[in-house]
Design a protein. Sequence first.
Length: 571
Amino acid sequence: MTKAFDLVIRGGTLADGLGNELREGDIAVRDGRIAAVGQFAGTGADEIDARGKLVTPGFVDIHTHYDGQATWADRMQPSSLHGVTTAVMGNCGVGFAPVRTADHDRLIELMEGVEDIPGAALHEGLKWQWESFGQYLDYLDGRPRDIDIAAQLPHGALRVYVMGERATRLEPANAQDIAQMRELTRDAVRAGALGFSTSRSMNHRSIKGDPTPSLKATEEELTGIAKGLTDAGRGVLQIISDMAYSQGDELGMVFRIARASGRPCSISLAQSHRKPDDYRTVLARIHEEAQTGTRIAAQVAPRAVGVLFGLQANRSPVHGSPTFLALRDREPAEMVAAMRDPEIRRRILAEATDNPFLRIDLKPYDYERVFALGNPPDYEPPVEKSVEYLARARGRSTLETAYDLMLEDDGGALLLAPFANYADCSLDTCAEQLSHPEALFGLGDGGAHVGSICDASFTTYMLSHWGRNRATGRLPIPLLVNLLSARNAHAVGMNDRGALTAGLRADLNVIDMDRLAIHSPIVLKDLPAGGRRFQQTSTGYVATVVAGEVTYREGQATGKLPGRLVRNATA
């Protein structure tokens, strides 16, 4: 007997993605779309019992960097293990199109430096069967995946394509350059680019230390490119800037560009530890500007932004030791055994003291804000978990203490070193940012910083920490799901998803909130050329559904790959 629906999710607690109150109901799916919500007649070819479970739209992550991984892999993990069903890449002005053959290495060096993706993996994994951005999209379109992806046009690649060496020397674009970049932007959006991204951060450098080509782009250049979106009638702007440290009114310039183009714009925002109250000023100005009709928003994170230290990670307090670096090629158990030898320990500590591992700004880490992450991971650790506190309690140096902590869990233990959103060793600032009316959930950087962070788990953390675990100041589930789904989808023009509404794409999550948890990151060597990356799994996702097909059950892949490239509405 023919079933009325392909899939029915029965008796779940529905968080509709639009911020409305939770309610009980069923979801019916047919032909990849939501066919009915609530009470209806008919059964499904497949049915999921969701009684006592939270049912949400699939999560839309608008800040990832799967630009390389999407060309060689079918699975956009870790993101797809954390309820994400749509990922937007091409953020921060870095990516791989448009590109001339002579600039392949240049774009790899930029991505390796800015987003910490191993150059060897990129050299082996990228096939470069494209030049224009439209050709890059066509290449992406040829591979099925476990989630949908969408791409933005990166300023770094665009500028190098148009200006060549002048771009990397940070020379100003002339009128002809700007006109060409505007035209290429229009063409990219017409081909399906979701928008345009740029970086104005001093922290963004190639692996050789060169600044990102877009660092000093003038307002005239940025406005000209933004008007390429206007010409196409579609597309969004994504900007990362050293807002707190820039000269002049950087935020005012962003507002003027957004006004001139008429296109939605988002900026990356987090609490600076050096200027811990500045984010409030930025949010207040964004809110004031939004009241005038400018479509402006802030991408914010649900927890501290920082790096992970570990013996197999890309960073640690002993990475300045030649003896330690020589041990990293050994099997983990052999490496740990050697590091526990008293003479090798003494040698590594002495070398690491003489060659301290510094932050990106060449300053030493503050061990009052470096913490034992623990297992399960604690992303809001108390001061008692800081390396400084533990060192005093143990009567040892901070370096010795960090060394011993990283040897725990058979050498798999990690340290968390926040550099933003944790000035007071509290995430209260994140609750304030997430609750802002112009906030967008973002900054997880899935696919990037693969040996230094693993923030693709932001989505799971949003629900587990802010919706259940935190002792005080929890946030309402409807708000959290809205941030994870409809608000982001609408912000980037994907109005066909993000809500439990009949007719929309059947991208869904069935979640056991009682069991929802993040596992500690582990290091895998599964990138092309054997490159290392962090992987992080979770518990509590009963099922994830993409375009009506169950892609994961209890965190295990089903083999279904219904994900495709999403092109904007114009294309």
